[in-house]
Design a protein around this ligand. Structure first.
Ligand code: GDP
Length: 313
């Protein structure tokens, strides 16, 4: 089947499937909508961690061992900064730093985040269309027993140690969805909307909180399919499983499917997990969802597209 595919994703987990989809489809067949709720200002720089993870994955530049940032990275800047007594809790590799400097400079010159992202993608040889969910600032905040924390304070500085109670996406209500995001979701030739295996609370839900995006997904005739970020009761990376437990949810793909029940038509559970109890309006599919290699990414992307195609009325 042909047609346009919209993928919603956060950073490392989502980026892997986004890469698989980019390899399975022609560039003009895919729009990748990326969470910007993790973005923040640090040392005067505009940092967009999920956009960077997606760009690095698509450009084949991700570090496979560390699981974040760029491969072949060097740390001269960080060492020099530490030597000056500078803030060093957020690691900035030299190559990564060049991206933050270029983004910050272009934003300061008046470019939008979408324009800067398009420029960076083109400079890195990426042909797929990568869209920030909004050009306006949206900032994820996490309520813990110690009060509200900015996302990077919770995620990187405090290494996800505090127990989470609630999330908010500051600025989301005032933010406008990036125009190409809404246009892509409203395309007549939309083949599928794919929610990548990303953290539901801090990667996917900030995207859905931008006015117009959730309703465009709900109103679309195209099948909406999500892929589990939880395999065998565990997250592959990051705090998704810990958050689910702290929020009193079952730590399973089935619980993620329930969380998305009002927007999805299908859910891909990992093949090591049992098919969940029936959920109204949701068809379950089983697939190998662990993406340890580039070949795994492509295989999962193809399985997800095949599953979506079976959901077309
Ligand atoms: P972040 O913004 O960098 O945390 O990235 P995401 O939210 O996109 O990805 C984090 C989620 O991806 C975690 O919940 C992981 O369990 C999940 N994840 C990471 N790698 C894989 C994988 O290979 N397969 C699946 N199914 N999930 C993955």
């Amino acid at each position: 089947m042909t047609g346009h595919v919209v993928a919603l994703c956060g950073g490392v987990g989502g980026a892997k499937l986004a890469h698989g989809l980019a390899n399975a489809l022609q560039p003009e067949e895919l729009s990748i909508v990326v969470n910007t709720g993790d973005d923040f200002q640090h040392l005067g720089l505009s940092i967009a961690p999920d956009l960077d993870s997606v760009m690095y994955a698509l450009a084949g530049l991700s570090d496979p061992i560390r699981g974040w940032g760029r491969r072949d990275e060097t740390w001269t800047f960080m060492d020099a900064l530490r030597g000056l007594g500078g803030e060093s809790w957020f690691q900035l590799g030299d190559r990564d730093l060049a991206v933050h400097v270029e983004r910050s400079w272009r934003l300061a010159q008046g470019a939008t985040l979408s324009e800067v992202t398009a420029h960076l993608c083109s400079a890195l040889g990426i042909t797929a269309r990568v869209l920030p969910m909004s050009d306006d600032p949206v900032r994820t905040r996490v309520l813990t027993a110690d009060g509200w924390l900015d996302f990077q304070e919770y995620f990187v500085h405090q290494q996800c140690r505090p127990s989470v109670l609630e999330f908010m996406f500051a600025g989301a209500q005032m933010a406008g969805a990036q125009k190409d995001v809404l246009a892509a979701l409203e395309r007549r030739d939309l083949r599928a909307i794919i929610i990548c295996p990303s953290n539901p609370f801090v990667s996917v839900e900030p995207i859905l909180a931008v006015p117009g995006i959730r309703s465009a997904i709900q109103q679309s005739d195209a099948p909406v399919l999500a892929v589990t970020p939880i395999i065998g009761g565990k997250a592959i990376k990051g705090p998704a499983a810990k958050m689910m437990a702290e929020l009193g949810l079952d730590v399973s793909g089935a619980a993620v499917a329930r969380r998305y029940a009002d927007i999805i038509d299908g859910f891909v559970i990992d093949h090591v997990d049992p098919i969940p109890a029936p959920l109204r309006g949701v068809t379950f599919f089983s697939a190998a969802t662990l993406m340890s290699s580039v070949a795994d990414r492509l295989q999962l992307a193809r399985a997800v597209l095949r599953a979506a195609d079976t959901l077309v009325a």
